[in-house]
Design a protein around this ligand. Structure first.
Ligand SMILES: Nc1ncnc2c1ncn2[C@@H]1O[C@H](COP(=O)(O)OP(=O)(O)OP(=O)(O)O)[C@@H](O)[C@H]1O
Ligand SMILES: [Mg+2]
Length: 397
């Protein structure tokens, strides 16, 4: 029957396309149609085509209905036959009621098996038995001989040792892929340092593996490299940093992140929906919302991973001042490619292939004249310096 229907269907398609060709053709050539006063003639021809198409479409639909009628009939009859045989079997005591409903049971059990196998997967990062919460005093962060690889043969971090003294700012710079964001993932304990000889990460003298993950992450606020927002209102996305925050605090955080004026300018203000993953906002707007969110959390330790990379130089400069003010007297880790944003850091670490190859303040590193100084010079060739402002490029990237 399907074979037989194919040609009905094909005729219908052909007639449909010839009718629309007719219509498009007469409209494209509307001038010719008007030259000869043939509007009525064209309309009539189009009507004829449509009529042919209508007939073919009805024929195709009728055949389809017949086909499904036949199929349904066969299925229904078979179902009745199966039910009848099974019921008879139960009545004759050849089958139990359990046999009768067996298929559904079997299916549910196999569905549950999959669920249970998911539950059995052990997460690699676990709180150790009876782990106490992190007791933050001054928030000093120390990496001691940290080595790490995501997958064993490829070593990402090699024997890193550094201290972020309480209340100071440390900046990490270095080529893409040198392991900067990995430092952050380790600090937040998304991964553990290598099991054998991987060193340890310590906050105020406590190994982060010995405290609960909740308390560890509660102590940190992060503006990650890739901002992800929830498909909800801007307000919701900012309060995500601290759901209990009052409206005033949310607005204060937005002001610090230089995003309040923009939000107010939107027709729906703070109730604007941001779209999936924040798609309806620009990269810089998303980033500023992420900054507001981290500021609202008001954590002991602040982490900025390329937090201003999506902003133009002017916006970056104004937000930079706000960030420096917030980072003052707070333990802060900044990762940045644009060196002009880390000049103020008390310590700058230059990373290369998972190692720290240089460390010091901006002036010490410039004076040393090595990798950092080269990077600085290179960035300044690109951003033609302008007199007093030579630290802060004015040219938009
Ligand atoms: N989940 C992962 N599994 C395996 N390898 C990874 C994973 N995440 C990152 N890497 C690798 O680890 C290395 C360091 O990555 P990381 O994200 O720390 O670099 P980065 O210094 O932050 O670079 P960028 O400046 O581009 O952000 C990269 O070579 C990367 O390919
Ligand atoms: Mg990174």
């Amino acid at each position: 029957m399907t074979e037989w229907r194919t040609h009905l269907r094909r005729t219908m398609n052909e007639l449909s396309s010839s009718a629309s060709t007719r219509a498009v053709d007469s409209m494209l050539n509307y001038e010719t149609v008007k030259y000869f006063g043939n509007e009525r003639y064209e309309a009539q021809r189009y009507d004829e085509h449509l009529m042919l198409y209508r007939k073919a479409a009805i024929r195709a639909q009728r055949s389809l209905s017949m086909l499904s009628l036949g199929q349904q009939l066969i299925i229904a009859l078979c179902l009745i036959a199966v039910l009848w045989r099974a019921t008879q079997g139960v009545l004759d005591k050849q089958l139990t009621l359990g046999d009768f409903v067996y298929r559904v049971l079997k299916q549910s059990i196999s569905d549950m098996e999959r669920m249970f196998s998911l539950l059995e997967i052990e997460s690699e990062i676990k709180d150790s038995q009876g782990a106490p919460p992190l007791a933050v005093r001054s928030a000093e962060v120390r990496f001691e001989h940290v080595s790490f690889s995501y997958e064993p043969p490829r070593q990402i971090l090699r024997d890193l040792t550094f201290t972020i003294a309480a209340g100071t700012t440390t900046a990490v710079v270095g080529h893409s892929g040198s392991g900067k964001s990995t430092l952050v993932r380790l600090l937040l304990r998304f991964y553990d340092v290598d099991k054998a000889g991987g060193g340890r990460i310590v906050i105020d003298g406590q190994d982060i593996r010995a405290v609960t993950q909740d308390s560890l992450r509660a102590a940190m606020g992060i503006v990650p490299q890739d901002t992800v927002l929830f498909n909800d209102t801007i307000y919701h996305n900012i309060t995500y940093g601290r759901p209990s925050a009052a409206r005033d605090e949310v607005i204060a955080a937005a002001r610090h992140a230089h995003i309040h004026a923009f939000i107010e300018s939107l027709p729906a203000g703070y109730d604007t929906l941001v779209g999936e993953r924040g798609l309806k906002l620009s990269g810089g707007e998303k980033q500023r919302i992420a900054i507001a969110r981290a500021l609202l959390k008001d954590p002991h330790i602040l982490i900025f991973d390329e937090a201003t990379s999506a902003l133009d130089s002017r916006a970056e400069r104004s937000i930079q001042q706000a960030l420096e003010q917030i980072a003052r007297n707070r333990t802060t880790l900044i990762i940045a490619h644009r060196l002009s944003t880390v000049i103020h850091a008390q310590q700058i670490l230059v990373m290369d292939q998972g190692r720290i190859i240089e460390r010091g303040t901006h002036h010490e590193l410039l004076a040393a004249g090595n990798v950092y100084a080269q990077m600085w010079a290179l960035q300044h060739q690109q951003h033609a310096p302008t007199g007093e402002d030579e630290m802060l490029p004015l040219v938009a990237d």
